[in-house]
Design a binder for this molecule. Structure first.
Ligand SMILES: C=C(O[C@H]1C=CC=C(C(=O)O)[C@@H]1O)C(=O)O
Length: 397
């Protein structure tokens, strides 16, 4: 038996659903960058680390970035689940689906306003040798005949005074405009991302992806902002970094799609802290391929890995301090009707509620012409969405 219902969205619904994210042991939240759609998965009818084993109307989850295993974590090595309860908010409507709960209004009523917590976060020593290691990488890129680009990751740990309430985090996330807001929860582990980067969306046979690579900060005034944007559009180094991604997506999608449309020049994608070079790409997915086929084929694009892919991934494995887990990895959902959407888990953090530790992630595309000081600043800016989230969370309460 499957129960469906839908009705007009009420003022209290969102708060109660965010609160439900605190309550369920396994949960997912996926809000699109335009803010028009929010998906919630609560509880797991089935769960696994291999999505092919699952069957359900909708499946949430994420693959780990690569095959390195993170000790003492289930979430960061990749999880997938069919929710017991699925809720979607689309504009002013709310849709509910479940095998176990028949009356949505009774169900949602149990989630009352959370008591807020007074959380304090303290940053611990990060990777102080990141600039030295990045300079070494630039030297390698200058001499190695094959290696062209490596997206080099950096992690920063924070000690939290309390376990975090997801309901408060989601609220604080709303300050990050024009980005997806994605949360995966598995028992005491959380992964949170305010990412601007869609890996793929499939809907009614249409495939949409994008190249997002090449970064500059936002300006303090309108004029400075525009000037910085123009600098980015005209920067040879950033164009090159971006073009590797466009070419790779183009190549990978041949054979999976027809009518692939790739604009010749990138445009700007602007978030709160940074702006990126952005090339939206559209095509028709050949009907024999699934959303997951596309995810597996595209990941990792050179916006997260590098060029050539295998060599860059090996470099990342050997020279980054810790495995990435869900950082820069595909996270999202797909349905039994072969639709779905996946983003890459950047501008993100991992929270362990048992140890009260948060790990923040950032990475920068390094090419031969990169400058270490600039890349260091860029990764600092990329930490900022999650740093602000922790700060806002602390201050709001
Ligand atoms: C790896 C990250 O960003 C990627 C996505 C957009 C722009 C990037 C860049 O300009 O370096 C990176 O390739 C990150 O934010 O951690």
């Amino acid at each position: 038996m499957r129960y469906h219902s839908s009705r007009t969205l009420r003022d209290s619904d969102r708060q109660q659903l965010y609160r439900a994210l605190d309550v369920f042991n396994i949960a997912a939240y996926f809000a699109t960058a335009d803010g028009k759609k929010e998906l919630f998965g609560f509880g797991a009818q089935q769960e696994t680390d291999v999505p092919e084993k699952l069957a359900g109307d909708i499946i949430f989850g994420g693959y780990a970035f690569d095959d390195q295993v993170i000790e003492n974590s289930k979430l960061m090595n990749g999880i997938w689940f069919v929710p017991t309860i699925f809720v979607e908010i689309k504009q002013d409507k709310i849709y509910f689906e479940s095998h176990s709960v028949s009356a949505f209004d009774n169900w949602i009523m149990q989630f009352k306003q959370a008591t807020t917590k007074n959380m304090i976060s303290r940053d611990l020593i990060g990777e102080i040798d990141w600039p030295t290691r990045t300079q070494k990488l630039i030297d390698v890129l200058a001499t190695d005949e094959k290696l062209k680009k490596v997206v080099f990751g950096r992690q920063q740990q924070y000690a939290l005074s309390e376990a975090v309430l997801i309901s408060n985090l989601v609220q604080a996330l709303t300050s990050q405009k024009n980005t997806y807001h994605v949360i995966l929860k598995y028992q005491t582990e959380l992964f949170i991302s305010a990412t601007p980067e869609r890996l793929v969306k499939v809907s009614a046979g249409k495939l949409r992806t994008a190249a997002v690579a090449g970064t500059i900060r936002r300006g303090d005034t309108l004029i400075e902002d525009r000037l910085l944007g123009e600098m980015l559009l005209n920067s040879h180094k950033n164009q090159q970094e971006h073009q590797y991604v466009v070419n790779s997506i183009d190549q990978k999608l041949q054979g999976l799609t027809t009518n692939l449309q790739l604009p010749v020049h990138p445009i700007l994608l602007q978030n709160k802290q940074v702006q990126h070079l952005y090339t939206p790409i559209v095509g028709d997915l050949i009907a024999t391929y699934t959303v997951l086929d596309v995810v597996r084929k595209l990941h990792p694009t050179p916006a997260l890995g590098g060029v050539p892919q295998e060599q860059a991934l090996q470099y990342i494995k050997t020279h980054e301090k810790s495995p990435r887990g869900l950082f820069a990895a595909p996270i999202g959902y797909y349905t039994a009707h072969n639709s779905g959407e996946f983003v890459v888990g950047i501008r993100s953090m991992y929270v362990n509620q048992a140890t009260h530790m948060a790990t923040l992630f950032a990475g920068a595309g390094i090419v031969q012409d990169s400058n270490v000081a600039q890349e260091f600043k860029e990764t600092d800016l990329k930490f900022e969405p999650m740093r602000q989230l922790l700060k806002r969370y602390a201050n709001d309460n």
